[in-house]
Design a protein around this ligand. Structure first.
Ligand code: TRP
Length: 373
């Protein structure tokens, strides 16, 4: 077997990710059957992203559930680096966060790291990062979060409330640790070196506000884990509980294999794409099909590498039986890529039309969600 190289950091995902290896590399735990049953006991039903192993890794999730059982309820914390428009890959963990919020009836704090994106992206102005922050917030709200248990903030507008926590974290993180965890170089700007402290702060915010130890659960893509490793290391020194994490895999690119990337046109569908644009992207998507229809009918396709199948599995096919059937039909050469693309495009189109309506309505309600100092 050839060993393929891959790299996952909060600012770079390259190569074909081996998710099991990543669990070992990062030192997280796989979500096993026992934990799934425990979640099911409280949630009533398992979200498809749990059933299908898309949310697949965690830290301290058993502890979160034990505290919950004792009546010590957790809050959810997640976020988004507003580097551009929202694509479907960004929505995935937020949809899952909504499920957790609904099932466990808990509060959500949502951080928009306009500061981070300004500092990490050479060509991003601060105004643009702020504007994208507000645009992205509309997508969060459109997913159905409610203002009575959801707070959204931009770092640049809420920094006063975060700063005391951030500097307490920063004092505990040496440059050599930051270099080892994030791969900083001498040429890295000093803002981004400090930034992990700002992303840590919301994990302690409820404890600080309430003056007691409030458990925090962070749903995120696994590339964010390095930040929270740092957060967890410093937590006991500051007298706060270590935040728990539940990690998902990356949403697939429409063009195959690697993570969906904003920098490759056609690889992702944006929430602001017109349904016809989205359709076009799906029809240009990479599939696991054979070169000719004859070959495909004879040999079958390869759903494992097919972005159409992946899209359905990650978000758009909620029915496990239907998904299984499509997998089997594809393998048997009965389901051709054209038909399957059509099936997905219809679902995505319906989703976008609905989402865009809700996104429009969110414009009038955004102030109910945003908190500022
Ligand atoms: N750094 C994240 C990004 O670039 C944004 C973020 C901030 C975040 N806080 C978070 C993501 C907590 C997940 C959980 O997208």
């Amino acid at each position: 077997m050839t060993k393929k190289k891959f790299i996952v950091t909060p600012w770079e995902v390259r190569g074909e990710v081996d998710y099991d290896k990543l669990i070992k590399q990062f030192g997280t735990k796989p979500i096993d059957e026992g934990l799934l049953n425990r979640i099911k006991k409280h949630a009533g039903e398992l979200h498809p992203m749990l059933r299908r192993g898309i949310f697949y890794s965690h830290r301290s999730l058993n502890w979160i559930l034990s505290e919950y059982e004792k009546g010590n309820t957790f809050y959810l914390y997640t976020g988004r680096g507003p580097s551009g428009d929202t694509h479907l890959g960004h929505l995935m963990p937020w949809i899952f966060t909504k499920y957790l919020q609904d099932k466990f009836k808990v509060k959500l704090i949502f951080q928009l790291t306009d500061d981070e994106k300004f500092m990490i992206k050479e060509d991003m102005s601060l105004d643009d990062a702020v504007n994208y922050g507000y645009e992205n917030a509309l997508d969060v709200i459109a997913l159905g979060f409610k203002p009575d248990n959801t707070e959204i903030f931009l770092d640049t507008e809420y920094i006063k409330s975060l700063y005391k926590l951030a500097i307490k974290v920063a004092k505990r993180v040496t440059f050599s640790t930051a270099k080892a965890v994030f791969g900083f170089k001498n040429s890295s700007n000093i803002g981004i070196i400090f930034f992990t402290a700002v992303q840590s702060a919301p994990a302690f915010l409820e404890s600080e506000r309430q003056g007691k130890q409030v458990p925090c659960l962070i749903p995120c893509a696994i590339d964010q884990d390095p930040h929270f490793r740092v957060t967890r290391d410093v937590a006991p020194h500051l007298g706060y509980p270590k935040p728990a994490l539940i990690h998902c895999k990356f949403f697939p690119s429409l063009l195959g294999k690697e993570k969906m990337s904003a920098s490759i046109p056609g690889s992702s569908i944006y929430t602001t794409d017109s349904p016809s644009e989205a359709r076009k992207k799906i029809f240009n998507a990479f599939t696991g099909g054979k070169a000719t229809v004859e070959e495909q009918k004879k040999l079958g396709g390869t759903p494992e590498i097919c972005s159409v199948y992946q899209y359905l599995s990650y978000i758009f096919e909620e029915d496990d039986e239907k998904l299984k059937e499509q997998y089997a039909q594809c393998k048997r050469g009965e389901l051709l890529c054209g038909e399957h693309k059509q099936y997905l495009a219809d679902k995505v189109e319906r989703f976008l039309i609905e989402h865009q309506k809700k996104r429009e309505k969110a414009k009038d309600r955004i102030e109910e969600f945003i908190i500022r100092d």
